[in-house]
Design a protein around this ligand. Structure first.
Ligand code: NDP
Length: 489
């Protein structure tokens, strides 16, 4: 007998919906259906898939208000923020649909002098069934970064949404079925951790796209190792925000506050550590604390979605308050399920509040000698997902951005990279590996297929034959010496 679990509104505790706990058998059945649907979907070809995905985009857009309400109910975030998240996801579905053929479609590649008698083509073929294991913090935007790109690449998708946002996951699959009613190309399976584990363990799943904590990513990867199933892992971050001496301090403070506190800080690329150069430290802190005083949980942003996370946030705040100096908030800011903004300065770099992902509306701020020291501290993290630089000097800012050890860096804005569908999204180190979004995100869900065709036999140069003689080898040596034997500048 299938048991069910409830998703709750974290702000009120009310039941939003009840969903089946789908065990290994149900997951296997879904993957079996997806396997058949994958062949059908792949057979449609790029042009037809593009049409269907653009239809899907239109269906989501028409349901925008309803979907935003559901996101609001399951996560607690304001409807406006839920709307913004869905709009961003829509732009990704659009980009993936429109660019899949260009990025993945068959094309000729140059064969070089030695392959003069060959023609060569490269294309990126679908993998089959892709398993997507999603988080609750952005239950539309984040999984859609994998789902849309996997679908556009010609795969079927089985999606396991977080147990905190199952209704949103189910709704996304239902909306897809309105655009593609023929086959279950995109299914959602609901349940707890075991449901995701069953998906990762199924050998017919050709790739897992995981978003969540680093610890769970390791468990998923271990399950995938059993079948040599590749994974793309989008894990957490401890993103740094650097304010250089020539920064627009009002803009920097405004962006910093929003980047840290919006969505109650439950953003993988949210601001967690702030490094401000000495020359502008006092002025920046004045701007920041004045703005923070006007921001309140329950009004400007929602509750902590996952009840257990409140303990992590509380531990980090208590620790930071003991070791550093509280500028805004402090331990009293925690009033579950809400947490008001917390800003603490001078927290030692080796403390949990600086090293571990907090995933709450809190930041630590530190004064640095210059931007170089800020960069060194920013880079001294096991994580490396996103980051921000504020500086008026465009050259200097992009130099710092390039040296930042992270997958993405925004200059003079926060998390703007996430809204550019052509830019790949993903991290290094404990933040995971592989990329969603952009051309890299499409290729992540495809396998390169290389074909070389001999157009004619090269006279006197049959090199791949036991009949090859010394004359042919001599000609080859002369050719390679002509082509590669000279030093070039
Ligand atoms: P998890 O990493 O535990 O969960 C992420 C997803 O993995 C969920 O769908 C979860 O299902 C699923 N899952 C859990 N266990 C397994 C398993 N053994 N095999 C396969 N799938 C599994 O994150 P949490 O939601 O518990 O959040 C914990 C912390 O992770 C947060 O506090 C935050 O620091 C970080 N996090 C980072 C995110 C990001 O965007 N990078 C997003 C979410 C969290 P279920 O929900 O049913 O347990």
């Amino acid at each position: 007998m299938t048991t069910t679990f409830d998703s709750l509104n974290p702000a009120t505790g009310e039941v939003v919906g009840s969903h089946p706990k789908q065990g290994p058998e149900a997951v296997r059945a879904a993957v079996g259906r997806a396997d058949e649907a994958a062949a059908w979907w792949a057979g449609l070809g790029h042009a037809e898939r593009r049409r269907r995905l653009l239809d899907y985009k239109a269906v989501i857009t028409r349901d925008l208000r309803g979907l935003a309400r559901l996101v609001h109910e399951e996560t607690g975030k304001p409807v406006g923020d839920a709307t913004l998240e869905i709009v961003l996801a829509i732009t990704h579905v659009d980009w993936a649909a429109r660019n899949a053929q260009k990025v993945l479609g068959r094309r000729r590649v140059a064969t070089g002098m030695i392959g003069l008698n060959l023609s060569a083509t490269l294309e990126y073929l679908p993998l089959g069934v892709v398993g997507v294991i999603g988080p609750w913090n952005y239950p539309v935007f984040t999984p859609m970064g994998s789902i849309a790109y996997a679908l556009a690449a010609g795969n079927a998708v089985v999606f396991k949404p977080s147990e905190f946002t199952p209704g949103v996951g189910v709704r996304l699959a239902e909306l897809f079925a309105e655009a593609v009613p023929e086959q279950p190309v995109f299914q959602a399976v609901t349940g707890l951790g075991e449901t995701g584990a069953a998906l990762a363990a199924d050998p017919r799943v050709r790739k897992i796209a995981f978003t969540g904590s680093t610890a769970t990513a390791k468990r998923v990867m271990a399950a995938c190792a059993e079948n040599l199933t590749p994974i793309v892992a989008e894990c957490g971050g401890k993103d740094a925000f650097i304010v250089d001496a020539d920064a627009d301090l009002r803009a920097a403070a405004d962006a910093c506050l929003w980047g840290a506190m919006s969505n109650a800080g439950q953003t993988c690329v949210g601001v967690e550590r702030v490094y401000v150069v000495d020359a502008v430290y006092e002025s920046f802190m004045r701007e920041l604390s004045e703005r923070a005083a006007g921001v309140r949980a329950g009004e400007d942003y929602g509750p902590i979605t996952m009840p257990g996370q409140v303990e992590v946030i509380k531990r980090h705040i208590d620790d930071a308050a003991k070791a550093g100096r509280v500028v805004t908030g402090g331990p009293g800011a925690v009033r579950p399920p809400f947490v008001d903004p917390v800003i603490v300065e001078d927290v030692p770099e080796d403390s949990p509040a600086v090293r571990e992902e907090t995933f709450g509306p809190t930041i630590t701020v530190r004064r640095t000698r210059d931007a170089q020291e800020a960069l060194e501290l920013a880079n001294a993290s096991a994580y490396g997902l996103g980051g921000t630089i504020f500086s008026r000097d465009a050259r200097r800012a992009s130099e710092l951005a390039r040296l930042m050890r992270s997958g993405m860096t925004a200059i003079n804005s926060v998390i703007s990279f996430a809204g550019v569908p052509a830019l790949p999204f993903g991290g290094v180190g404990d933040s995971g590996f592989g990329r969603i979004h952009g051309a890299d995100g499409l290729r992540e869900f495809a396998r390169p297929k290389a074909i070389s065709r001999q157009r004619f036999a090269m006279p006197g140069m049959n090199l791949t034959s036991f009949s090859r003689g010394p004359d042919e080898l001599e000609r080859l040596i002369r050719l390679v010496t002509f082509l590669h034997g000279r030093r070039k500048r």
